[in-house]
Design a protein around this ligand. Sequence first.
Ligand SMILES: [Zn+2]
Ligand SMILES: [Zn+2]
Length: 261
Amino acid sequence: MAGRCSVLASGSTGNAFYIESNEDRLLVDAGLSGKQLDRLFQEAGADPSVLSGILVTHEHSDHIKGLGIFARKYNLPIYANEKTWNVMEKQLGKLTSDQKFHFEPNQVKTFGTLDVESFSVSHDAVDPMFFNFHAQGKKVALVTDLGYVSERIKKTIEDADAYVFEANHDISMLQMGHYPWSVKRRILGDSGHVSNEDCGLALSEIISNKTKRVYLAHLSKDNNMKELARMSVDQVLKERGIQMNLFDTDPNTPTALYDVI
Ligand SMILES: [Zn+2]
Ligand SMILES: [Zn+2]
């Protein structure tokens, strides 16, 4: 019995997450070119040709850039909700009918030994959703593009063994930076992205004794730095008496495969 995961790439330049449990292997999002995705799989030590499918969180290009190409290359089924299919399908190129599957928010789909639970988030896409992965009594929560962490989401993702959680920006770096005001407002708004501080606050409410590690994800390249994200989140947690192993993610380098199960 084994189960591992890797954040293959994370950030506004492209996102991809890999998880496996026994013989069941999933990719979540394919937001980089097919070539880059192949390299990331190789560097992580995972084999894309044996994937069970690709799950899609939402239609932003940093999540679907290589989706069509990659699905065609390895003849993989794609799982996305109906509204997301409607807006992204044209961009994916030719797919066969056995590559198109629906996976709506607030559903559970089973891939062999992996149960995948979808949940809606507030983000400026048509119907964005993220996932909890359950296998062999363990839980991994992935949530990297959301404006704010609602009580409903906290309840859904609490008590996981591992998190991949958004720490998008440092609020003062964003406020002082060169982005136009409209963009700043989008990022700071309820359907934009989660700041380092809000990441720490949310984590302080949801992590438990079970939680072994947290990957800080989707860092803004202009308004954040790995060190700063780690320190800010750590500080918020420490102030609340919580010690947690925080791990970086990177836009170009996969995290080492982690034995979560
Ligand atoms: Zn997005
Ligand atoms: Zn994104």
